[in-house]
Design a protein around this ligand. Structure first.
Ligand SMILES: O=P(O)(O)OC[C@H]1O[C@H](OP(=O)(O)OP(=O)(O)O)[C@H](O)[C@@H]1O
Ligand SMILES: Nc1ncnc2[nH]cnc12
Length: 184
């Protein structure tokens, strides 16, 4: 482990993490099997294991900013930023940020949206780790990658709690170092 910050270098307890993710059928639409992370958030050890597991591969990677994707990516992104000694940048849905923004449109598993960051949040040349809870179709993640690059940042990696592997979201970002704790 590098001396970037204090976090564990033990392998994350993936069984503990998986055991605290709840499947909710037909939410928010019929046919969607929703992966509910709220039991994990409410379990001290599972939450710590998830945050440590998301941060660990990027210790020593010189991350300047962690970009967390609204809304669930905020929950993991801020503590990952602290673990890496980096700043935190919220990537929000359109119209939520108060100052000048740059944005990128994308498709979801269920719907469409635009992701935005403040125009001054990521400076050219800065090293950025993107954090989220779920990689599904990859539309959100790809939009975030494009947005960081549009801002002049370097995408060091994308750290995600779980990938819904049947949706093959990772194929949308073949040139990004993707770190996935669980493939479901
Ligand atoms: O890979 P994709 O198909 O793009 O889907 C993944 C995204 O969908 C969810 O967010 P959502 O937009 O539902 O927002 P929320 O976190 O505010 O619930 C999830 O947290 C990811 O950000
Ligand atoms: N099935 C799913 N469960 C939770 N979050 C999601 N984001 C996109 N698809 C999702």
């Amino acid at each position: 482990m590098s001396d970037d910050t204090a976090t564990t270098d033990a392998a994350p307890d993936l069984e503990l993490i998986q055991a605290h993710i709840r499947d909710v059928p037909d939410f928010p639409h019929p046919g969607i099997l929703f992966k509910d992370i709220t039991p994990l958030l409410n379990h001290r050890e599972a939450l710590a294991a998830a945050v440590d597991g998301l941060a660990a591969p990027f210790l020593g990677a010189g991350v300047d900013h962690v970009v967390g994707l609204e809304a669930r990516g905020f929950i993991f992104g801020a503590p990952v930023a602290m673990a890496l000694g980096a700043g935190f940048v919220p990537a929000r849905k359109a119209g939520k940020l108060p100052a000048s923004t740059i944005g990128q449109a994308y498709d979801l598993e269920y719907g469409t949206a635009t992701v935005e960051i403040h125009a001054d949040a990521v400076t050219p040349g800065s090293r950025v780790l993107i954090v989220d809870d779920v990689l599904a179709t990859g539309g959100t993640g790809k939009a975030a990658v494009d947005l960081i690059r549009k801002a002049g940042g370097t995408v060091v990696g994308f750290s995600v709690l779980m990938e819904l592997s049947s949706l093959r979201g990772h194929e949308k970002m073949p040139d990004v170092e993707l770190h996935t704790l669980l493939s479901v």
